[in-house]
Structures are given as C-alpha cells and as structure tokens.
Ligand binder design. Sequence first.
Ligand SMILES: [Zn+2]
Length: 442
Amino acid sequence: MKGNFFHATIETMDPEELQILQEKKLKKQIKYVYEKSEFYQRKFKEAGLLPGDIRSIHDLRKIPFTEKDELRESQEKNPPLGSHAAVDMEKVIRIHSSSGTTGNPSFIGITRHDHEVWTQITGRSIYAWGIRPSDVIIHAVGLTLFVGGLPVKDAIENIGATFVPIGTGASERVIFTAQLLRANALHCTPSYAIYLADYVRNKKNMEPRDLGFRKIICGAEQGGGIPAIRKRIQEDYDCFLTEGMGNSDAAPIVFGECPEQSGMHFCGQEYILCEVIDPDTEKVLEMKEGLKGELVYTHLDRECCPLIRFRSRDHIEVWTDRCGCGRTSFRIRCFGRTDDMLTVLGVNVFPSAIRDVVGSLRPKTTGEVLVALEKPGPAVTPPLKLEVEYGKEAVHLAELKNEIETLLNSRLNFRASVDLVPEGSLPRYEMKAKLVKKLWEA
Ligand SMILES: [Zn+2]
C-alpha cells in the first residue's frame, strides 16, 4: 500500500505490459485446469483442443463458454464441489455459496492460495474506494456464505481499517454502533442506504447525515452507479458514494470505483481475464471506450473451482480512457443482468434504467417504481405497465403521469403506461430491491 494505490506497480502498469503477464499466466492456468479438472478436460476434448493450442489471449476464443447451469449440474453429479473443482477437499479451507438469484445456490471452495488472491483483488477494490487504515466501516450486508461477507472482512483488515460486522436486518444496531464508535463508512446495498435513510427519519426523528457516514460503499446490486440513486444517497447522508462489483464464482469484488466516480476499475489484473461479448451473437467485442456487452471471466490463477470463459450475465458499459486517479485498468458500470432484461418491441429495457428516470423526477416522485409484468419476459407487448409512487410535491397527477411516460419514451425508447400510487404503497427492501412484480405469480 502506497499513497493512492494498494499495489502501485500492477495498478499503474501499461496495458500492453499487463497483457504479456496475463498471457504467461493464462498458459500455465490452462495446463493446470486440463490436468486437474475433469470438467474442463472433457470440455477441451469435445472441442478438439489441447492446452498447447492456447498460446495467446486471442486463442481463448477457441474454448467454449462455461455456463452457470453447467457448474450447477457438475456439482449435483459430483458432490461436494463438482467435477470442475481441481483440488481435493483436503486443500479447501473455506466454502462460500452464490446467492442463488437464479436457481439453487451453488458452493464455491477456496484453497489457502485462492484466499490470498481474493484478499489481494478485493483489497485493491476496497482501497480504490478510498478506504484507509483510519476508517471505521460498518458492514451492513450478509456475513455468512455470501462472498461479500468474510472475504471483505479479510481485505478490510488487511488494509488496516476497522471492520465492524453488523450484517443485515439490524438497523437499530447499525445506528447505535455507528454513533458510539464514530464509524465514518458504511458498506451496504444501495437499497439499504435508502431504507436506512427513511428509517432514521421516521423512527428516530433524525437526519441520515447525522449518522456520520462520510463514505458509503455500495455493492451486491445495481443502484450505486445509477445517477438518480447516487445523488439521492449522497445528499441524504452528506457522503461520498462509490460502488464495487464482483461475482461469487470469479472473485468477491473484482471492480472498485475510485473517488473520481467515473466507473469501477478492474482490480483483478494478473488474476482474472475479462472478455466482453455480444450476448446474442456470442462474438468477442473489442475493449474500447463506450463498449456495451456481457462480461465473461477467465481465472488466471485459481486452484479450486477454476473457470474458463464463464458467462456472468452482467451487462456492462466500458471506459478505457485514462482515469484521473492514475490507475491504468479499464472501468465499467453494470446496468443490469440478463435475467432482468425486458424487450419492448425489440428495444432492450433494464429495470435499473427505469428506476433512474423515475428517480430523476424526485421530489415529484419518491423514486420508487415497480414493473408489473403480466406474463414471463423478456418480450413485452407495449405499453409496459409501471407502478410509480408520487411524492408529496406532486399536485397534478394526470400531468405527472404524462411527464413520466414521455420522459421514459424519449430517454429509453419504449412506451409505458404509468399507474401512480401514493407514497409508501410500494415495498421497500433491506437487501436487494425487487423491481419487477410478476402478476402471474401473485
Ligand atoms: Zn480512477
């Protein structure tokens, strides 16, 4: 740790120089995976490939993708960790699980070496957020099994900052502890930051800014990077908000946003390789400014549960121009997951983008919105039905309805039918927000 950087040499490395290092590690990892993982040995054979066929990052394209369903099946057929796991249980020191947003949760094992790598990558991301040894951080996300729990603790302690493990569903404890310990940072989901602000106002008769959190770090869902939500949380708490993103199967926090607030830096440099693909054609896209696509992960240094070309289903936008902080890695913003995506007359619509538009009309709206789907997506016949909460300052509801529908059409290019509902009618979430109501399940 030195000045602005957790690992200055790597974080400021010339991208071409980094690529040489990545290629060297890729060849070693491919050989390891082929020798140790039955799952990948089979996949390679089916594709008619030998480890020697992969000599460059470009050659990676010869290898088929790995899907989450394949990992799940591999684990069901070959417990405990699946035939993709490349070590005996004797070498595994901890088990985590994916959150199971789609399907059953699956387990992820790490060896002592994997643990060191996770602490390094996660540490770079957290340091990029601006966390330093003098910070006292209230951890208000899950602690058990979830990769955003103990690995974050390890990384924060490694930096030398103070980790305060509170977990979820304990707002009274968050408030009490924050005040008593003079905690200056909060790690939570953006939904929780909004929930807590309402909670202290309604139940404690105090302002969120009086809690003293000057740094709020968001993760585990999109929202921290949605302009209307970021603005709302920063104003409510008088704080600086940055966000991070990881993937249970890849590493806990692979991307961390620096105080320049212009996207999350890639922090897995020599440990993970990222590709961006067109999710429909599956073609690899050139990493360049403004690129949009799906993120694909390949481990370059993983012992247990290594992945090659793992489709994350995260849809991202990429920036490659140089950041003011001095880090040379590319930056991203995640705007949704494949499971959340809707298609209205061929136009892709992510609920997080709708939330941004509705939130930009605060205080005429409360910022809360629910997409009401009549049948399973992604295809939706317009108009897309939305429930939007109007705020205290909304006077002419017919005009507001029209304003929201027009703004959605001009900004996101689809036709909506807005049903305005009073403040407090839509559900609030302490962990991740659910933005879609499935009417056929109701
Ligand atoms: Zn930066």
